[in-house]
Design a protein. Structure first.
Length: 291
């Protein structure tokens, strides 16, 4: 507002020094002054909104028992990183199939959270993630999702992308090409029918696949196969790399699980993940923004 006031004052001075200025000129200057005021007000409003959003994030972190407020992710990159298959993860003729990777090539200090299968349907998890504004990506298996599609519809409505983890969570290399295609394409059809959008991402159960898996996935419309570089539990993190640490662009795997399988709940798991991620100076970003 102060900037706008100065601009109005400057315009007033200019008007006073030009005796020959007509009414139309004065009207244009008055319009410009109003525009400057509106711009200053808009900037102030944006700053206020950002401040309010951060205060809400701090309050949510306190409510859900996080020791530190999660770091905000940077804006999505304008140019998406190139997706390439990780060394040692190739199949024969890999260039013909969707890339398989555990990390996104980025210098941003971000990691990506992914949640598999769908067994536990904890409403507190949905509420927690929405209030904390933590993005994540789901990979669903229909055999344990189908008893409560509305749970995952609520997740989707909150902005979560629902992806393919097969119909029945079978060990894919042990199946024929035709059976693998049934598992993958069948889940593509189910997700489109139940949630209205056909996935482009596929994660094979247990992270196991062969050439037939990727060939079948491609035939079903899959564009990429994200695996993971770290796995999260309520009380620990497990890492793929020798240094047992996070790296920019790492994909973190966890599961829809509860006390029947873990010594804790899904919110407990998120508290541990966010402590680890935030302590190391990372933000959780939306995976789809980098693909």
């Amino acid at each position: 507002m102060a900037v706008a006031a100065l601009l109005v004052a400057a315009l007033g001075t200019a008007c006073g020094s030009d005796e020959s200025s007509g009414a139309p000129d004065k009207a244009e200057k008055a319009k410009a002054a109003k525009g400057a005021e509106a711009g200053a007000a808009g900037a102030l409003s944006a700053a206020e909104k950002a401040k309010a959003a951060q205060q809400a994030r701090i309050a949510a972190a306190k409510k859900w028992g996080l020791r530190k407020t999660p770091l905000a992710a940077p804006p999505a990159p304008k140019e998406k990183p190139e997706l390439t298959t990780r060394d040692g993860f190739e199949v024969e003729d890999q260039e013909e199939y969707p890339p398989v990777f555990t990390t996104i090539d980025t210098e941003d200090k971000v990691v990506f959270l992914t949640v598999d299968d769908g067994a536990e349907k904890d409403p507190e998890f949905l509420k927690m993630m929405q209030e904390l504004k933590i993005p994540y990506t789901a990979f669903l298996s229909d055999y344990i999702v189908k008893d409560n599609y509305p749970y995952f519809k609520a997740m989707q409505a909150a902005g979560v992308t629902l992806n393919n983890h097969t119909l029945n969570h079978r060990y894919m290399p042990g199946l024929s090409y035709e059976k693998q295609r049934e598992e993958i394409c069948g889940q593509q059809d189910t997700i489109q029918r139940q949630f209205g959008k056909r996935p482009t991402l596929f994660r094979p159960p247990y992270g196991n696949y062969n050439q037939d898996t990727l060939r079948a996935a491609k035939s079903c419309g899959i564009k990429a196969v994200p695996l993971w570089n770290a796995e999260a539990f309520p009380n620990r993190m497990e890492y793929r790399e020798w240094d047992r640490d996070l790296h920019p662009g790492d994909i973190i795997l966890t599961h829809f699980r509860g006390r029947d399988d873990w010594k804790g709940t899904m919110p407990d798991m998120i508290r541990h993940v966010m402590k680890t991620v935030t302590d190391k100076g990372y933000a959780v970003a939306r995976l789809e923004d980098y693909l």
